[in-house]
Design a protein around this ligand. Structure first.
Ligand SMILES: C[S@@+](CC[C@H](N)C(=O)[O-])C[C@H]1O[C@@H](n2cnc3c(N)ncnc32)[C@H](O)[C@@H]1O
Length: 211
């Protein structure tokens, strides 16, 4: 059930003014995050898993979970037989919960939007679910995601519809396309990511192929 407490945690992460506030807010939420987003009807991982399954085989390794959080999406992929998952997240508290799942080969505290400490062309695929939303990872993060995924690999991510043009994602996606860095494979209709908390807040899931 959606509670005042769970809504307050969500508003706190949405309204974070900088990375430090965001990290602190997620550190505080980590213990109750799974319970709360389940109560919100969080359905982006289900949509994203369907799309990932169309384009990425379970033999693909390693797979980057960018903004892994407590590993909710990683756990879905693990159940589907994907192995060699590597997670990064800004919040040590969220990463601690992810570690308890024992499904990742590696977990690192890193910031999307800054340089990622991985070699170029390292990953066979990347998924980033729930991370490109209000007050979270910036459009500039895609430069590094494109760098660390091998040509031919897919980047599957969700994006809050309201920030697509206003926060520079549209421009970034077009620039990466025009520069021959990636190509759009498909995107979903817009759908409510947290339907029981906010049925009017829409997300899409995108699939891009790195060139
Ligand atoms: C809504 S949660 C999604 C977690 C997980 N992917 C899921 O679907 O449950 C967003 C996660 O992104 C992380 N995050 C937000 N901004 C980030 C950034 N700039 N760099 C790295 N992680 C970030 C947060 O700490 C949080 O764990």
């Amino acid at each position: 059930m959606v509670s005042e407490e769970s809504s307050a945690y969500l508003q706190k992460v949405y309204s974070a003014k900088d990375n430090r506030e965001l990290e602190e807010a997620y550190d505080l939420w980590a213990g109750k995050y799974d319970e709360h987003v389940t109560a919100f009807g969080y359905q982006i991982p289900a949509v994203a898993a369907g799309l990932l399954g169309k384009h990425v085989t379970p033999e693909t390794t390693p797979i980057l979970d960018a903004g892994a959080g407590t590993g909710l999406m990683g756990a879905v992929l693990d159940a589907l037989g994907y192995q060699g998952q590597v997670g990064v997240d800004i919040s040590a508290g969220m990463l601690k919960k992810a570690r308890e799942r024992n499904i990742y080969t590696d977990l690192h505290q890193m910031i999307l939007g800054e340089k990622l400490d991985f070699p170029s062309d390292h990953f066979g695929a990347c998924q980033a679910i729930g991370v490109f939303t209000a007050g979270h990872a910036p459009a500039s993060a895609f430069d590094e995601l494109v760098r660390v995924v091998r040509p031919g690999g897919y980047i599957i991510f969700s994006l809050l519809e309201d920030i697509y043009a206003p926060k520079g994602y549209k421009e970034k996606f077009e620039t990466l396309g025009n520069n021959g860095k990636w190509q759009l494979t498909e995107k979903t209709k817009k759908f409510p990511g947290l339907p029981l908390e906010d049925p009017d807040l829409f997300h899409r899931v995108y699939v891009y192929r790195v060139c």
